[in-house]
Design a protein around this ligand. Structure first.
Ligand code: ATP
Ligand code: MG
Length: 236
């Protein structure tokens, strides 16, 4: 049984369609890039999985269990972590408190141990543990947002546009860290990205979204060589 199965998902914001027919599935331990340009429906898809957007049509199964009607807090308790678009760290809180906030579903003792693991993945966060999150650079805030989402040891991590506005060298570093977490912890993740070139090197499989629909899907290695993908998404 797949860890996550999304079938013909339609997200709506009142009369506006956020997506109109997205399907994909993901096994435990796998990684998936959701690639598409502005407004393609990447964020809407992630928000629907998290119970943060209305989806009048379609089906989302987590471990075979229908998520329709589930509250976001319950979905997070079932092991779904989220690093939102635009990072959204708590600016007035310290780096350490931001991380602690990510472990709210876990026992207190576990949070301290988990924070050590986050500091090992992201050494810059250890150096800045006592500083307000608002004082961090964009790249450091992105690392904090990912670290916060990892604090609960999610079975499925949803990453919305982590590369946005960051220098290429920082984006590469973030990709390496995500791969390292996957190697060490068997993390399953979905990477929603406009930066197709990067996302398809970090994830193993990809689904391309166009105007709210899933179109081409396959192994990233194959798609990176596909002329349709190269022309439309890789700028080649
Ligand atoms: N809160 C909202 N209210 C109304 N319409 C929305 C809302 N959020 C998204 N939409 C619409 O839903 C469609 C899909 O948007 P979505 O944010 O999912 O795209 P995206 O692929 O994440 O784009 P981007 O790369 O710009 O983040 C767009 O047409 C958008 O205008
Ligand atoms: Mg988005």
């Amino acid at each position: 049984m797949p860890l996550l199965q999304v079938t013909d998902l339609q997200v709506r914001y009142g009369r506006i369609l956020g997506t109109n027919g997205i399907s994909f599935s993901l096994e435990a331990g796998e990684s998936l890039a959701l690639v598409g340009s502005n407004g393609a429906g990447k964020s809407s898809t992630l928000k629907a999985i998290l119970g943060m957007a209305e989806w009048p049509q379609g089906q989302i199964l987590l471990d075979g269990q229908d998520l329709r009607g589930s509250k976001t807090s319950d979905i997070v308790r079932q092991g779904v972590g989220f690093s939102p678009e635009g990072r959204r760290v708590f600016p007035m809180m310290s780096v350490a408190d931001n991380l602690r906030a990510g472990a709210f579903t876990r026992p207190r003792e576990e949070a301290a141990e988990r924070m050590e693991a986050m500091f090992a993945y992201f050494p810059r966060l250890r150096e800045r543990a006592g500083q307000r999150a608002s004082s961090l650079s964009g790249g450091e805030q992105q690392m904090l947002a990912i670290g916060r989402a990892l604090m609960s040891r999610p079975r499925l991590l949803l990453l919305d546009e982590p590369s946005l506005g960051l220098a290429p060298i920082i984006v590469e570093r973030i990709g390496e860290i995500i791969e390292e977490v996957q190697r060490r912890e068997g993390l399953t993740f979905i990477l929603a990205e406009q930066n197709a070139n990067w996302a398809m090197r970090v994830a193993k499989r990809a689904v391309i979204l166009e105007l709210g629909r899933s179109t081409i899907a396959g192994d990233c290695a194959t798609l990176l060589d596909d002329p349709r993908v190269q022309n439309a998404y890789l700028g080649l």
